[in-house]
Design a protein around this ligand. Structure first.
Ligand code: PEP
Ligand code: MG
Length: 752
């Protein structure tokens, strides 16, 4: 086996490949010629192509195995060495195949004499189309260059299959050249709404047909230019105005630049073009390797590095294609599909998107916040999404249930269109309720407030008729910024928000960072239990500089107006006192300088830590109000991570223990003369709102989408009657009272 151990050899191979693929012979004939050519060029005793039909890998062509096995030998998903290659999407290179634990013996192939085995996946954009195999009698491990040569052929094959280069694929009718069947996937809903549209892949893909280069010298120049462009842009970012560092920290950038100068990366890319691949295809191939390794490793450090490399590969592809992510033209009904998305990236696309579907979900919180603010439906945690879709595929995304339909049947589209118009009708109904005060049937006046976090959110006040902002999450500005927002930009944002709110009160919560809210430009120490770690007011008290700055910005922005401030995740009364002392100091500082102060300052605290929930009487005279953050309070109450899908929905806030706990907090707050509200996501759900109203809560702060449904519910319910029913349900010993409460509401005709 000598030929492909040189660049020239690979080039010969690619040229022959192009000749075969360029003819208009039948697909089967071309595949037969292909295996014969590869076997002879690579001096292999066997070359076979397995293509994946549904859940089986079928032998489609072979040189060296028994011809009768073609279309007869079928390996189930994961079966045999071929199944292993398809499963791992990695090459398998072994000297003694027959003794491998995954070897599956198929007598019809007559493969007994062959010992060494090299299989590579025929893969494109993470979709496995099949496996290309060479085998030899002698026991040997194939050289790195041989592996690469075979991978190159597999890649070309994948592109050919995907682009329909096999004509009408008559012989291959069942092979999924391009995923075409409708598929349904269940993810997690991150931003409400329904989108019916067309897939736009966030990460570019080398254009089809540009796999084999006409002129390798020209390709190398293209590659050099693109490399220089990417490196230049990264250096500019680092050396230029720090404000231009886009969403990535200096550390990350420096690592990037280091990686971008990694000679082995460049070597690999060059190797590809010198072997006859187009520059784009060479990058694609390397990206495929990075991805496969990424998927295979669990080591966090390695994963991060491989992810960085993949990012670099993407930048190179964009440079080669001459496209800039922000300036891309998008179809009118674009649904963005990505593995993961940063908040700044999403803002780049902005309102041009109809929806967003993400493969991952762990760190999507920031992008989800932006998506909600922009009113773009978003679904995440869609496993293997990228390997199932192509640019231009029709897609329906349900940001309410988390369901995603790929290439949906016409009736599915129709049914979603109906749901969409129903939602529009409901929205119109809610709009009519906008100016009606939320008063229960028995005359209890409720106050419905908005949770917000970006200037973009404030217009929801008018849209929904909310009476103010009950929770303004100030950390969002920090999370979507490229660098730490300065005093002026903080002041500006708070002033804008207060101005837009007019006479409606706004409760600003000071920075709630840490745990799931990390800043791209602040290197965070890894913690074993971030939710129980150094976060929120704990950071603020240990590093008072940041918190004092923020308080200064708030005081400045509210000059001549009312200011409401509250502190997140306070655990002890002493922490509250310390935080309040910082505020008092800032007020004194301003007063001493003759600055204009707010007309009224109200200070509150989030009740999120159970310890504080048991300290409410001690807050008397110290705080003006409390706001119960049920998202965190319930995570600590149930000892169940709110971000961990496995447990986050395991326990129910609508259960007697949780509701008794909330009632206790409300009673204590009443006794201490503290205004009390609930501001977790639960406040925006009608059934939960019945429970809260029944427990005596009158102020609820919620996401914009909750105001309409909750107001409609309030208008239909009777608070006294619900309180009586609730008193009974509080004695329940079951894990949830949800069914009971639903039934009660249904019988009483409440608008759920
Ligand atoms: C909460 O914990 O309920 C809350 C409102 O705060 P956040 O969701 O921002 O942690
Ligand atoms: Mg919280």
């Amino acid at each position: 086996m000598v030929v492909p151990s040189s660049i020239g050899g690979s080039r010969v191979l690619l040229r022959k490949l192009r000749e075969i693929m360029g003819t208009d012979e039948e697909a089967q004939v071309r595949l037969d010629r292909l295996v014969a050519m590869v076997a002879s060029t690579m001096v292999a005793d066997v070359c076979s192509i397995y293509l994946t039909r549904g859940a089986v890998h079928e032998l489609f062509a072979t040189q060296g195995l028994a011809p009768g096995a073609v279309h007869r030998t079928r390996l189930k998903e994961g079966e045999g060495l071929v199944g292993l290659v398809a499963e791992t999407k990695q090459p398998l290179n072994i000297a003694d195949a027959q003794h491998h634990e995954r070897f599956a013996y198929r007598p019809e192939t007559g493969e007994e004499p062959f010992n060494s085995f090299l299989g590579v996946p025929i893969v494109r954009s993470e979709r496995v189309f099949g496996v290309l195999v060479v085998q030899n009698r002698v026991q040997r491990v194939y050289g790195e260059e041989e592996v690469e040569a075979l991978q190159t052929i597999a890649m070309v094959l994948a592109e050919m299959v995907a682009s329909g280069a096999f004509g009408d694929l008559s012989g291959l009718a069942d092979v999924e050249a391009r995923a075409s069947r409708p598929e349904s996937m269940q993810g997690r809903a991150f931003s409400d709404g329904i989108a019916i549209g067309t897939v736009v892949l966030h990460e570019p893909h080398a254009p089809l047909g540009r796999v084999i280069a006409d002129d390798p010298v020209k390709e190398e120049t293209r590659l050099d230019d693109a490399l220089a462009q990417v490196r230049g842009a990264l250096n500019d970012m680092l050396e230029g105005d720090p404000g231009r560092i886009s969403g990535v920290s200096r550390d990350v950038l420096e690592t990037f630049i280091m990686l971008a100068s990694d000679p082995s990366w460049e070597q690999k890319l060059k190797h590809g073009v010198r072997a006859g691949l187009s520059a784009d295809a060479a990058v694609e191939r390397v990206r495929g390797e990075h991805r496969a390794k990424f998927n295979a490793t669990r080591d966090q450090y390695l994963r991060e590095r491989l992810h960085d490399f993949e990012d670099l590969d993407n930048r190179l592809l964009r440079a080669l294609a001459g496209v800039d992510a922000g300036a891309r033209t998008l179809p009118e009904d674009a649904i963005l599909v990505a593995r993961e998305l940063g908040p700044a990236e999403l803002l780049d696309y902005g309102e041009r998107l109809k929806g967003v579907a993400l493969e991952e979900g762990a760190n999507t919180a920031h992008a989800a916040i932006v998506a909600r603010a922009l009113g773009i439906p978003m679904v995440g945690s869609l496993s293997r999404l990228l390997s199932r879709v192509e640019d231009g595929d029709p897609l329906v995304l349900d940001g309410e249930s988390g369901e995603v339909r790929l290439r949906p049947e016409p009736q599915v589209i129709t049914s979603y269109q109906e749901r969409l118009s129903l939602r529009t009708a409901r929205a119109a109904e809610f709009a009519r309720l906008r100016h009606i005060p939320p008063v229960t049937q028995d005359g209890e006046r409720m106050t419905l407030l908005l949770n917000a976090g970006l200037a973009l959110d404030v217009h929801h006040l008018d849209d929904t008729g909310a009476e103010g902002i009950g929770l303004f999450r100030t950390e969002f500005q920090f999370m979507v910024s490229e660098t730490l927002p300065r005093l002026e930009s903080q002041t500006l944002l708070y002033r804008d928000v207060l101005e837009a709110a007019g006479s409606r009160p706004v409760t600003f919560r000071t920075l709630d960072l840490g745990s799931d809210k990390v800043l791209p430009y602040v290197a965070a120490e890894r913690e074993e239990n971030p939710a129980l770690g150094w976060r929120a007011v704990r950071i603020g008290l240990d590093r008072p500089g940041l918190l004092r700055y923020q308080l200064r910005a708030l005081i400045g922005a509210a000059a001549g107006r009312r200011l409401r401030v509250m502190f997140p995740l306070v655990t002890t009364v002493a922490e509250f006192d310390a935080a309040r002392a910082l505020l008092d100091r800032e007020v004194a500082w301003k007063r001493d300088r003759g600055g204009k102060l707010p007309t009224l300052i109200e200070v509150g605290v989030m009740v999120e830590a159970p310890a504080l929930a048991w300290s409410i009487p001690d807050l008397k005279g110290r705080a003006d109000f409390i706001s119960i953050g049920t998202n965190d309070l319930m995570q600590y109450f149930f000892a169940a991570d709110r971000g961990n899908q496995r447990v986050s929905e395991r326990y129910d806030i609508l259960s007697a223990p949780a509701l008794r706990f909330l009632k206790r907090i409300r009673d204590d707050a009443d006794a201490a003369g503290l205004q009390v509200s609930i501001c977790g996501e639960a406040a925006g759900r009608p059934l939960e709102a019945i429970a809260f109203a029944a427990l005596g809560f009158r102020r609820l702060s919620m996401p914009a989408s909750g105001i309409g449904p909750v107001k409609r519910l309030i208008l239909s319910m009777d608070a006294r009657e619900a309180a009586t029913a609730m008193a009974r349900m509080l004695r329940s010993d079951g894990p949830t009272i949800r069914p009971e409460l639903t039934e009660f509401a249904r019988i009483r005709g409440y608008a759920l």
